[in-house]
Design a protein. Structure first.
Length: 558
């Protein structure tokens, strides 16, 4: 990627760099903060005495086809994407304003650069010049402004982007605040917020933030695939296969910007959720890349000689009781004693060992950890199975059976099994139900008691805004706490993570004391690719970077 130079360096960036030099701030946290505030990657690295790593570029042979094992899910409006696998398909033609890298930096994509004022109430976004839609029309500030306004529309069913853009939304209308999104010229967008919010750029880098055209209609996303990217969909068969092909009629901007997009044909092949089927396909030469390698299959693919990519992350599993759920006419998980009893009965270390083969770090059921710059070292609720059963009995639920639901894959199923076993050992009555992936994806927010996976986000306050703010689309726990919401707004206004940490300690304490979720561990992420595949590194937040993939050698013979 060609780096750009901002016209102004936010004053907090130099302060953060000094913290790195003093050893009070780690490099990843610094890079995330500095680039989110508009510093380029090269500038951010330079301020701490380092040189930004160069991205290797390799040219694949013409006519190359890359086959990736991946679940093929139904496409929809990107704002309502709730699984990154969907974004991998549409990323062929729908791109992003911003991208998030494994080193913690935010880089421009369809934006050229951005600037943030001192108190994070004014964002100036500069559109990348020379970008066109694949019908030849220019990509302008009006397109950016229209998409941001669409992200703010709380009336769109399942629109999780509204949670990321909360500071721009009028609480009365559920739409963007009048005058908050301005286009002073064809290449500039200015966002004016009523209160500071340091998460705006980070929110734009998440996988549901794909940019759509003015005439976008989710019902014909395949028949009229208008976008700015280098590929077009050839076919999408849910649960079977999806194919992207190079758009030979589109002069994609990325080639001039030094991006690859050297694969002529992507085939995403759905082998279901059982990792043993993925490994069998690899052994048979049917695929070139595994979307994500989990559990003991990491060692198996290592033994087969496939290339491994690994990144430590804030990705995790959440086992949550839904506080709004009605079960047999009652609401068992609305009682904080029931929720705390569940948390006290389950040892996170056991979940990590049995569920994910110890490939990660133990967490504290707060859905924020040491990888987040504002994390506060709040102690976990003590694991005490006997006290847990006593509390459940006090609440009057000791004779009621809890149905604990999970998808039918490997690590999520295994972790949920470990939770159920520990609850039973403590004296709880638990029924385990395992649901096929296709059915689970439809109902994931409404199950009374179930497990889901959550991706890495650079900031802890991002996670809390998406998953635990009252009424948000991804609030699967049904948690609604006005004090929590108010504290979250205050935290989002503070650029200094050390100052924000004081408020985060209060938020984490609420999460713990309310027993909102079980969140037992943080995952290391793995991906394997056969020898000869390039650019297949696992992205820390599952961002689909199709232009990185290449094939330096022909596919192995069957």
């Amino acid at each position: 990627m060609t780096d750009t130079t901002t016209t102004r360096l936010h004053p907090a960036v130099r302060m953060y760099a000094e913290e790195v030099r003093r050893g009070t701030l780690d490099r990843r946290a610094f890079l995330s903060r500095a680039t989110a505030l508009g510093a380029t990657t090269a500038t951010a690295y330079g301020l701490i005495g380092l040189t930004a790593p160069a991205r290797a570029q390799e040219t694949a042979p013409q006519g190359s086809t890359l086959r990736m094992q991946m679940e093929v899910r139904a496409l929809r409006d990107p704002r309502a994407f709730d699984w990154p696998q969907i974004a991998y398909i549409t990323a062929g033609w729908l791109e992003y304003l911003v991208e998030y890298h494994n080193d913690g930096t935010f880089g421009p994509w369809l934006l050229d650069r951005w600037e943030v004022n001192d108190d994070a109430t004014r964002y100036t976004l500069h559109v990348r010049p020379g970008v066109t839609w694949n019908d030849g029309t220019p990509f302008t500030a009006a397109d950016v402004a229209r998409n941001i306004a669409g992200w703010c529309d709380k009336g769109v069913d399942g629109n999780s982007m509204a949670g990321r853009m909360a500071a721009l939304i009028d609480p009365v209308t559920g739409q963007a605040i009048a005058g908050a999104i301005a286009t002073p010229d064809d290449m500039t967008v200015v966002l004016t917020l009523p209160r500071p919010d340091i998460t705006i750029i980070a929110g734009m880098s998440d996988y549901p933030a794909q940019i759509v055209p003015a005439d976008f209609d989710a019902s014909d996303i395949l028949t009229r695939p208008k976008g700015t990217g280098p590929y077009l969909p050839e076919t999408v068969e849910v649960g079977v296969k999806a194919v992207l092909v190079r758009n030979l009629d589109h002069a994609w901007w990325g080639y001039d910007a030094g991006k690859g997009a050297s694969v002529d044909r992507f085939e995403f092949i759905d082998y279901g959720t059982d990792p043993s089927a993925h490994v069998a396909a690899a052994a048979a030469g049917e695929i070139d890349v595994i979307y994500e390698t989990v559990g003991d299959y990491v060692d198996i693919l290592d033994g087969m000689g496939w290339q491994k990519s690994k990144v430590a992350s804030g990705s995790t599993i959440v086992i949550r009781p839904n506080q709004q759920a009605v079960v047999d006419g009652r609401m068992p998980y609305a009682d904080v004693r029931v929720r705390r009893a569940i948390a006290m009965a389950v040892d996170p270390a056991v979940c990590l060992e049995l569920g994910y083969g110890d490939r990660g770090e133990v967490a504290r059921n707060m859905h924020i950890g040491p990888m987040h710059p504002e994390w506060a070292d709040v102690p976990a609720l003590a694991v005490d199975p006997a006290a847990a059963l006593a509390l459940l009995t006090e609440a009057g639920w000791q004779d009621d059976e809890m149905e604990l639901i999970s998808v039918d894959d490997d690590w999520r199923k295994n972790t949920t099994d470990a939770v159920a076993a520990q609850l039973r050992d403590a004296g709880f009555k638990v029924k385990r139900t395992i649901v096929p992936g296709s059915a689970f994806a439809v109902n994931w927010t409404t199950y009374p008691f179930s497990s889901t996976d959550w991706n890495h986000r650079p900031l802890g306050i991002q996670i809390y805004a998406l998953a635990y703010r009252s009424g948000e689309a991804w609030n699967e726990s049904g948690f609604a706490n006005s004090a929590f919401d108010s504290l979250l707004d205050r935290a989002g206004a503070i650029a200094d993570a050390d100052a924000r940490r004081t408020i985060m300690a209060e938020l984490q304490t609420i999460m713990r004391d309310e027993g909102v979720v079980l969140q037992p561990y943080w995952r290391s992420l793995y991906r394997h690719a056969r020898p000869g595949v390039t650019g297949a590194e696992m992205n820390i937040s599952y961002l689909p970077r199709l232009y990185d993939f290449g094939i330096a050698a022909p596919a192995a013979p069957d």
